[in-house]
Ligand binder design. Sequence first.
Ligand SMILES: *[C@@H]1O[C@H](CO)[C@@H](O)[C@H](O)[C@H]1NC(C)=O
Ligand SMILES: *[C@@H]1O[C@H](CO)[C@@H](O)[C@H](O)[C@H]1NC(C)=O
Ligand SMILES: *[C@@H]1O[C@H](CO)[C@@H](O)[C@H](O)[C@H]1NC(C)=O
Ligand SMILES: *[C@@H]1O[C@H](CO)[C@@H](O)[C@H](O)[C@H]1NC(C)=O
Ligand SMILES: *[C@@H]1O[C@H](CO)[C@@H](O)[C@H](O)[C@H]1NC(C)=O
Ligand SMILES: *[C@@H]1O[C@H](CO)[C@@H](O)[C@H](O)[C@H]1NC(C)=O
Ligand SMILES: *[C@@H]1O[C@H](CO)[C@@H](O)[C@H](O)[C@H]1NC(C)=O
Length: 653
Amino acid sequence: MSLLHLGFWGWYAYILTLLTATPVFCETSIVDNGRVAAVNGINYYVGGTAVSRLMPISGPNSTLATDLIPMTIIRTRETRFTGDTLKRVIGNYTFSDDVFQAGFLEAILLAYDGEGEGKIDPSVNGALHGVDNKIVMALSGYHPRGSVSLAKLRDDIPKGPYFVSTRTGDVYQAFRLYPDHQLAFTEAALGDGKGGFIPLPAAAGGSMTKSVAVPSRLYYTPSSKKPLAGLRLGVKDIFDIKGLRTSGGNRAFYDLYSPRSITGPAIQRLIDAGAVVVGKMGTVQFANGDNPTADWVDFHCPFNPRGDGYQAPGGSSSGPAAGIAAYDWLDIAVGSDTGGSMRSPGGMQGIYANRPSTGAVSLDHVLPLCHVLDTAGVFARNADTWSTVMHAWYHNFTDYQKYPKRIFYSKASFPAADTKAGALLEGLVKKLEKFLGTKRESVDIFSQWEKTHPSHAPSNVSDLLNTTYAFLTSVGQYRSLAVPFYKDYAAKHGGRRPFINPGPLVRWTWGQDNGGNTAYDLAVKNKTVFKKWWGSEGFGKPNDKTCSEGIYIYPYTTGDTQYRNVYTDAPTIPPMGFTNGRVANMAETPDLVVPVGEVPYNSTVSHHTEYLPVTMSFVASRGCDLMLVNLIKDLEKAGILNPVGTGPRMYST
Ligand SMILES: *[C@@H]1O[C@H](CO)[C@@H](O)[C@H](O)[C@H]1NC(C)=O
Ligand SMILES: *[C@@H]1O[C@H](CO)[C@@H](O)[C@H](O)[C@H]1NC(C)=O
Ligand SMILES: *[C@@H]1O[C@H](CO)[C@@H](O)[C@H](O)[C@H]1NC(C)=O
Ligand SMILES: *[C@@H]1O[C@H](CO)[C@@H](O)[C@H](O)[C@H]1NC(C)=O
Ligand SMILES: *[C@@H]1O[C@H](CO)[C@@H](O)[C@H](O)[C@H]1NC(C)=O
Ligand SMILES: *[C@@H]1O[C@H](CO)[C@@H](O)[C@H](O)[C@H]1NC(C)=O
Ligand SMILES: *[C@@H]1O[C@H](CO)[C@@H](O)[C@H](O)[C@H]1NC(C)=O
């Protein structure tokens, strides 16, 4: 008998036979991973887990091809809710949130947070003229009238846009899906509601890249306990986050190890303060120093949005910086700085970027480059947000409000004041002098060292530190990351080696071939010699009242091009030498890079005049991070520094 001729009951019986014949009972696992819904052409992710339930289910039928209807919860303390109140609230929600839009007014739920009982004015219906609204509901605090029906929520939830199922009454949060067109992210993430995360199980069409889901800003209200509430946070993919894998920018590493069972304390502290993790972001492999053109073999290098869009993003925190410079839907991003990995991408993308004092936050559960140098910093587009994050993050530092009266000006490193970049920097230094009520002192580390160095050390500081960073990182990472990674990989892959990008591989090999552990120990000693000198005879002396005796300043980027399509030589050795950027690494001090302005260049890509960032570094004594960021925030308040925007230009024109 052909199966086609079984008929319905025949099929039923046949399937039953199959099921009962199955020797091992095996339960099918089905997980609701949520849905993607487009409202007025904008893509949203509708979570798989309901945050509340609307009772009784009185929603109208959806206009969507699903049982979902968009709904807005409006919360006010207005005792009399009028049509004008409604218009004002809609205006406010539209202005302050990129997830909310008029489509969510299809259903409206009014909640009263004031004293006594609130009243809904009949003018509300008139105010909805021209809005596609099907139902207005109110929670019991508002006395319903006319066409407004009474509803209940199983769980109290904040104001903002939601999706509600007309079938079950389940209420889901609305996440807007944004395309990652700069390739800034390695994986988008979503909170699992239990303190962990899952990779975002959704992608919207219409772009060649993954999607990142961001929740409505209206769900969050910052408080003293949660100063970062609702700030959307991207995290460099060397920090472990519970439920997600860590790639370190290496495909084999991502595949080899399971999703992490713990979120490291640095990121956990930001989450506890209210930040919302939206994904992991691109990193130069294992936080080293690859160039985009040929070194980024395992993953493609994130795109710097400034200028013609084809300039190197800097590294190694390339993804977090590119994301902050490109996406206004992302507020802050965390990276690391061992030898410039925050400052370089911050400078090249013209955003606020800090290397904190070494030890500012615990780096447990973060892939190491070198334990004595690694730090975690944050990128932001304005000093206000930047400062809020640093205060919430770096608990160990005193919050000095008085500023030093000495500016140590690294004269030789500033470009001539008659160049465009030089003029911008000179303008800032003049304003800084005025703001602090002081005059700069031109200084030079090399000659200061020559005059005051410890007698046992060489008279040229370059001779002390030329190879120090190279040994600390190449031997440090070989021991703490490469050795266990090679071992674990070989155990699982029949003795094979994993692929490593040329950059880190050259460094690890160089470190082993040129001195290994012995050179490493010497490097630690040399670093300590410099650190002591910087805090006593150098320009990093502490001060009781102002934390640091002075502020050491030097230019970070001056608007030079570094095209992605210009081939560089293959890497052969780690970075050598001593420059201003090494001070903070060796002396364990903060080094904060701030955007100053932009200068034009003729792009060989666009054949147009484009603009690239000019930035400056502020260095102070170890532990003076909060003093420095307070100062920088005050400079922004005074209009001396300015918040930057996203895209090709730093400032809107
Ligand atoms: C929703 O649609 C179904 C099927 O078309 C219909 O039977 C029902 O009456 C509709 N309900 C409402 C509230 O319009
Ligand atoms: C929206 O309302 C909130 C709360 O009343 C207020 O803090 C905020 O400034 C308003 N925003 C705008 C853009 O009106
Ligand atoms: C911060 O200070 C506490 C208390 O003094 C100390 O236990 C902790 O190790 C410090 N954290 C860091 C990262 O230095
Ligand atoms: C110190 O060494 C650097 C690097 O070799 C060199 O450029 C510089 O001229 C030296 N300085 C002095 C004062 O010799
Ligand atoms: C720094 O060290 C490297 C590697 O040993 C060497 O090639 C280079 O000449 C040194 N540079 C200076 C300025 O000493
Ligand atoms: C340490 O400093 C000495 C000079 O005192 C120098 O010869 C040596 O190359 C340095 N080594 C490292 C690894 O920093
Ligand atoms: C761009 O090229 C034009 C024409 O050669 C030149 O006049 C101009 O100065 C150049 N601009 C920059 C910023 O280099």
